[in-house]
Ligand binder design. Structure first.
Ligand code: GRF
Length: 201
């Protein structure tokens, strides 16, 4: 039985697209059942529709500071799709401990840094400012600690002397697109070990 995967996005959805395309490959142990965005205008929604994946929107704005009410609406939108796994893919809302506890061991996120370095935002600028020799991306399980859950996979590259936050982001995004489907495939098969994806640009 394939695992049912819901993908949560806020923006362009390029990681979502990479996941959906990978799941279409023969023998992949998971299938996309829903793409959910908290932003009604997210470009990824159109991409998901074009790929034939059902979409939903739960706009966070009407809920203001009431994160629990927002998450209750998220639960309600997710429930009919009966997902086994949630993949956060550029989903820009911080989730509460309650929601995370409900999905414990079943929720992944991709983060554009070599965790544990540079949790949170502006990862590329911070990697350059810190003088790091390498940067990359990490897929990890989501726990209550922001960007702090068990690491399932990483892909890395060398930072070039002339890299800017923008060029670094552009170089790392394709690595994200390769790493996330590989990690999801292993995760869907129940493999929890950590991998390092060898990549050539
Ligand atoms: C990615 O770099 C992801 O790691 C970060 O936000 C970006 C989302 O891009 N958290 P996309 O929506 O998948 O194109």
């Amino acid at each position: 039985m394939k695992k049912r995967v819901a993908i949560l996005i806020s923006g362009a959805g390029s990681n979502m697209e990479a996941l959906v395309r990978a799941m279409a490959r023969p023998g992949y142990p998971a299938e996309p059942v829903l793409v959910l965005s908290n932003r009604p205008g997210a470009g990824g929604l159109e991409k998901a529709r074009a790929l034939g994946v059902p979409t939903a929107v739960v706009d966070h704005r009407p809920f203001g500071e009431d994160r629990a009410a927002f998450e209750a609406a998220l639960d309600e939108a997710l429930r009919p799709a009966r997902p086994d796994i949630l993949c956060l893919a550029g989903f820009m809302r911080i989730l509460t401990e309650g929601f995370i506890a409900r999905w414990r061991g079943r929720m992944l996120n991709i983060h554009p840094s070599l965790l544990p370095r540079h949790r949170g935002l502006d990862t590329h600028a911070r990697a350059i400012a810190a003088g790091d020799s390498q940067a990359g991306c990490t897929v990890h399980e989501v726990t209550a600690e922001l960007d702090g859950g068990p690491i399932l996979g990483q892909a890395r590259l060398d930072i070039r002397p002339d890299d800017t936050p923008r060029t670094l982001a552009a170089r790392i995004l394709p690595l994200e697109h390769r790493l996330y489907p590989v990690v999801l495939e292993r995760f869907a098969r129940g493999e929890r070990g950590r991998i390092e994806l060898a990549v050539e640009e």
